[in-house]
Design a protein around this ligand. Structure first.
Ligand code: ADP
Length: 305
């Protein structure tokens, strides 16, 4: 069931078209990623879903309602970019204060424990580390016990270990039954966490698929590298239907191919009693997919205005 539906969403600021024509829907229970370069229109889109910006065109429906509907305030938890609290406010005060905004708030003590900030209840916001601030901001986004959590650039500015901890938190949020809309420009984050991803570029959705689907869309090519135990006649490999090209880098052989090229190559080597040392297979990742998708968009556009 789609719980967020964005259809032909458009938002213009003066002469800047922030969202040109954005269409996607988010299913209940998924972690849906919005991935795109800076200025692509990601925040504008999620802020409109959160009811914070009014569309100039198109339609957004959240849980069957208009995003501006006040009844959605408790259903949609929002953690926006650079959310700041007063420096002197303690974690406990923030949790208590935000609890009062909602008719049926979640138990903030339990949330604090789940998010690993229960030892910091008396600490002031200004004294928290980046990771602790993020945990608190997730707790505040969840305090109304929402059905949907919108998390915008949650891990920007965190060190890799804090980022990984945050990923575990996002998974635990989903495991509570909350649908997560995650804005990110980190490929690894999108690949690791998201069930589906909308790639947004220049205010438009240029691709929408699972991470694996996006990768498959742009590249079916694989690269295999190995060091053969004895000299290898290239014809053994180039004769295979799956192999497109064979290259030599000193003692290392590189085979570029498609389909089940790994199986084809290893079978031929086995038949010829050749052992492949240091065998490595390189596949396209979401990074490659992203570059190709956004470049393709540019090429199709004929301009990069
Ligand atoms: P992203 O989140 O993908 O980085 P944004 O949605 O924040 O992108 O911004 C999209 C474009 O709209 C950018 O060019 C940005 O400078 C512009 N923009 C965003 N908010 C405003 C605003 N309030 N006034 C004017 N321009 C804005």
């Amino acid at each position: 069931m789609a719980i967020i539906e964005v259809t032909n969403f458009r938002k213009v600021y003066g002469s800047t078209v922030a969202a040109d024509d954005v269409t996607f829907s988010v299913e209940e229970g998924e972690i849906f990623g919005i991935l795109g370069p800076n200025g692509a229109g990601k925040s504008t889109t999620v802020e409109a879903i959160a009811g914070l910006r009014k569309p100039d065109g198109g339609k957004i429906v959240v849980l069957g309602r208009d995003p501006g509907d006040p009844s959605l305030r408790k259903e949609v938890g929002v953690q926006l970019q650079e959310s700041e609290l007063p420096e002197k406010m303690t974690v406990r005060e923030a949790l208590e204060l935000f609890s009062t905004f909602y008719p049926k708030p979640a138990d903030w003590r339990q949330l604090a424990a789940e998010l690993g900030i229960d030892a910091k209840l008396n600490a002031r916001f200004g004294k928290l580390s980046g990771g602790q601030k993020q945990r608190l901001s997730i707790a505040l986004a969840l305090i109304g016990d929402p059905e949907i959590a919108i998390l915008d650039e949650l891990t920007t500015g965190l060190d890799p270990s804090a980022r990984r901890d945050t990923w575990d938190l996002i998974e635990s949020v989903r495991n509570r039954g909350v649908t997560v809309l995650l804005v990110t420009h980190f490929m690894e984050e999108a690949e690791r966490l998201c069930d589906r991803i909308a790639v947004i570029d220049r205010g438009r959705v240029v691709a929408l698929d699972t991470p694996q689907g996006l990768i498959a869309q742009v590249s079916t090519e694989q690269r295999i590298r190995f060091r053969p135990s004895e000299p290898l006649d290239d014809a053994l490999l180039t004769g295979l239907a799956e192999v497109r090209e064979v290259r030599h880098h000193g003692p290392t052989v590189e085979v570029i191919g498609v389909g089940d090229v790994l199986q084809a190559v290893t079978s031929v080597l086995a038949v010829n009693n050749i052992i492949a040392a240091e065998l490595r297979v390189e596949q396209a990742n979401l990074d490659d997919a992203f570059v190709q998708l956004t470049d393709r968009k540019l090429a199709a556009n004929g301009s990069d205005n």
